[in-house]
Design a protein around this ligand. Structure first.
Ligand SMILES: Cc1cc2nc3c(=O)[nH]c(=O)nc-3n(C[C@H](O)[C@H](O)[C@H](O)COP(=O)(O)OP(=O)(O)OC[C@H]3O[C@@H](n4cnc5c(N)ncnc54)[C@H](O)[C@@H]3O)c2cc1C
Length: 490
């Protein structure tokens, strides 16, 4: 194979979505196969950023250290951070916090976006229209003939031999609840990541955040950075907030030998390991890190009923232990709580009452346990329930089209699309040789395919498979063992 892009590409691969997954995949495939045309279709302006690394302020930090953000590109993220002048300036606080150790520093999230975007720009310039290229627009339909075709919302149409869906995180869904008038009013912010989401929030406005997870933490910090000083109430059913990272210690892998095991058995096992770790002075975080590579195997070993049981009963606690805050983020969040402006609580909204004159809503809340009842006068209600997963109900045109044509099948738990080694399963559960998916869409097969290390493994496997013309399923199925070298510290 020559290193020069061919005049007529050996294959055209359309990648729908240019966030981390789609951009990284396109970079890797176009590097491995300069004779392929790899076209990234992205509805947003900037490639490589997506939701996570796009709309963030300098206070939004990566929730894993630099060492865990390497995705196999040159230069490495750590090297780029050291050599890019703007990045160096933006890393001062992170390096102070980590005692000067770059690998264990929690960098601003926007820097990872800058890094990826720069890699894509370099590749686009290198390829000059052949090899890697991009189209700005929303893909809305797929044509499945002898060749595939992708239709964009603006009417453009492209042919492709292979289509890879990397459409990523969906905006949150409006929470079901009382007094639906609120969701149709301008008091409600349905998507906290929309560019204008917090535009109408004035300095002293009271804000109700629905959710107490990482999204709520993000929004609180964003409001703080914008000078907001009004009262904040973050509410969720259990009121659990993410835990914080802790450095140091090591813990051996322990989960693999316990499989298969029910969710309840695993809960007992985790408790036992955490107690042992505490006795030895090892942070419990290392126990979760040690378990992480086995997560896909655990998930795949469960029956549908066990998966349901986990999602209903254990997931909230799993999430706050697994998806943690960088220490500096936690310190800021706690300082806002300590200042008395932010309250996090377990409870549920029972009514939203219109304040006609004051232009807000009286939110009636029943707090959990002995918390009693209360009313919070909110000028804004921000949906911080996290990305929606129920793709089947989302009404996204491309996904609806794929389903109508029988080319994609949502899973029974409403987590994403059914895939086998990245290939979409059709209505008869046959794996496609031409349609693939990456990232959040493939959650039903892996459960946790959200963070950079897992996505990077998945991207590498699919790029290698397609580069070697092994589009047929089963060539080298991505297996739980592939995640074993993810390492600790995440
Ligand atoms: C706020 C936040 C913070 C995070 N922080 C971290 C972290 O610190 N460390 C970590 O490891 N992980 C983190 N993650 C998790 C992870 O890195 C991201 O979820 C990851 O970026 C997912 O990338 P993606 O490309 O799959 O999806 P997205 O980032 O959602 O990108 C998908 C892209 O597809 C485009 N798109 C969608 N549909 C279409 C269509 N029909 N046509 C054209 N374009 C389309 C969208 O515009 C978007 O740009 C974070 C996630 C979030 C949400």
């Amino acid at each position: 194979m020559s290193d020069e892009p061919a005049a007529t590409p050996a294959k055209t691969v359309a990648v729908i979505g240019g966030g981390l997954s789609g951009s990284l995949f396109a970079l890797k495939l176009s590097r491995a196969r300069p004779d392929f045309a790899v076209i990234v279709i992205e509805s947003g302006r900037r490639l490589g950023r997506g939701l996570a690394y796009g709309a963030c302020t300098p206070d939004h930090l990566l929730n894993v250290p630099v060492s865990r953000m390497e995705v196999g590109l040159a230069p490495r993220f750590a090297d780029w951070l050291q050599h890019d002048a703007t990045a160096r300036a933006a890393m001062v606080a992170a390096l102070t916090e980590s005692g000067g150790d770059l690998q264990s520093a929690f960098a601003p999230r926007a820097l990872f976006g800058d890094y990826l975007q720069a890699r894509v720009s370099e590749a686009l310039i290198r390829d000059g229209g052949a090899g890697l290229s991009t189209m700005r627009g929303e893909a809305v339909r797929l044509r499945a003939g002898s060749r595939l075709g992708v239709r964009l919302a603006d009417g453009r149409d492209i042919d492709a031999d292979i289509v890879v869906l990397a459409t990523g995180n969906m905006p949150p869904r409006a929470p079901g609840g009382p007094d639906a008038w609120l969701y149709d009013s301008d008091l409600f912010v349905p998507d906290p990541w929309a560019s204008d989401a917090l535009a109408g929030v004035r300095t002293d406005d009271a804000v109700l955040l629905l959710g107490t997870g990482l999204t709520a933490v993000d929004i609180v910090l964003k409001l703080e950075a914008a000078g907001h000083r009004g009262p904040l109430l973050a509410l969720s059913r259990r009121g659990l907030t993410p835990h914080v990272h802790a450095a140091g210690g090591a813990w051996p892998s322990f989960l693999e030998e316990a499989l298969p095991a029910s969710p309840r058995t695993l809960l007992r096992l985790f408790r036992g390991q955490v107690e042992q770790a505490a006795r030895l002075g090892v942070p419990w975080q290392r126990v979760f890190d040690a378990a992480r590579p086995a997560v896909p195997a655990v998930w795949r070993g469960w029956s549908l009923a066990q998966k349901r049981q986990f999602l209903r009963r254990l997931r909230p606690r799993w999430d706050v232990h697994r998806h943690r805050m960088a220490p500096r983020v936690a310190a800021r969040f706690e300082a806002i709580i300590d200042s008395g402006r932010l309250r996090t609580a377990a409870g549920r909204v029972t009514a939203y009452r219109r304040f006609v004159d004051a232009g807000g809503a009286g939110v009636d809340v029943v707090y959990r346990g002995a918390g009693g009842e209360g009313r919070f006068a909110a000028r804004h209600v921000v949906n911080c329930t996290g990305p929606r997963r129920d793709i089947a109900l989302s009404g996204i045109p491309l996904i609806a089209d794929l389903r109508e044509q029988g080319l994609a099948t949502p899973d029974a738990l409403g987590l994403g699309l059914e895939t086998e080694d990245g290939a979409l399963l059709d209505h008869a559960r046959r794996p496609s040789a031409r349609l693939f998916a990456l990232g959040a869409l493939t959650c039903p097969s892996w459960w946790e395919i959200v963070a950079v290390p897992e996505i990077a493994v998945q991207v590498d496997r699919l790029a290698a498979k397609l580069a070697n013309d092994e589009a047929t399923p089963d060539s080298h199925p991505l297996a739980p063992e592939d995640f074993l070298d993810l390492g600790a510290g995440i």
